[in-house]
Ligand binder design. Structure first.
Ligand code: NI
Length: 175
């Protein structure tokens, strides 16, 4: 029902571990998730975490569709609500790819992530679920999960020569 302001890198709120959700299926939680959906779609995010709109709770959402910010992604997923998540790698294999973040506007960085994970979480009604994710979806879940731990993707870049403004990286032939 509202596009909220995005908290940007540098704000202390993005560096704090978020609190677990204890009350499910409430009007307040529904309203928060609706604001997250509206904000994510407005800014063409693939996902968004509650701390990015100033709420320090363990909630993120993601939705993979044709997205101008990620033109190379062909993997689609309907809107997913992920609360109090835990994940584990199902393979030691990691892949490097370019990531962006609504809290780090205009920039991209090369980040290594597990390619195959198992995610357990709750939805907004308090239903527990588990799923396996690969590729871009696994990457997005690890990126958004990091937000709930106070970690931003630039902290995961092993070689900072692979971090920069998106338009410059495009000129260089990356991204
Ligand atoms: Ni992000």
């Amino acid at each position: 029902m509202a596009v909220r302001d995005i908290v940007r890198m540098g704000a202390i709120g993005l560096l704090k571990p978020a609190q677990p959700v204890t009350q499910f299926n409430t009007p307040e939680l529904d309203a928060l998730i609706q604001d997250m959906v509206d904000t994510m779609r407005h800014y063409h995010g693939a996902g968004i975490a509650a701390p990015q709109i100033g709420v320090s709770q363990q909630i993120f959402i993601y939705e993979l569709a044709d997205n101008p910010r990620y033109p190379n992604n062909t993997q689609h997923s309907s809107l997913k609500v992920v609360i109090n998540p835990e994940y584990r790698a199902l393979s030691t294999q990691q892949d490097e790819d370019w990531e962006g973040c609504l809290s780090v506007p205009g920039m991209r960085g090369l980040v290594s992530r597990f390619t195959h994970i198992a995610l357990t979480a709750y939805d907004q009604y308090g239903e527990h679920y588990e799923c396996e994710l690969k590729g871009f979806a696994a990457r997005v879940v690890q990126h958004e999960g990091d937000h709930l731990q106070g970690i931003l993707y630039p902290m995961r870049i092993s070689d900072l020569r692979h971090f920069g403004f998106e338009d410059e990286l495009i000129k260089r032939g990356n991204v």
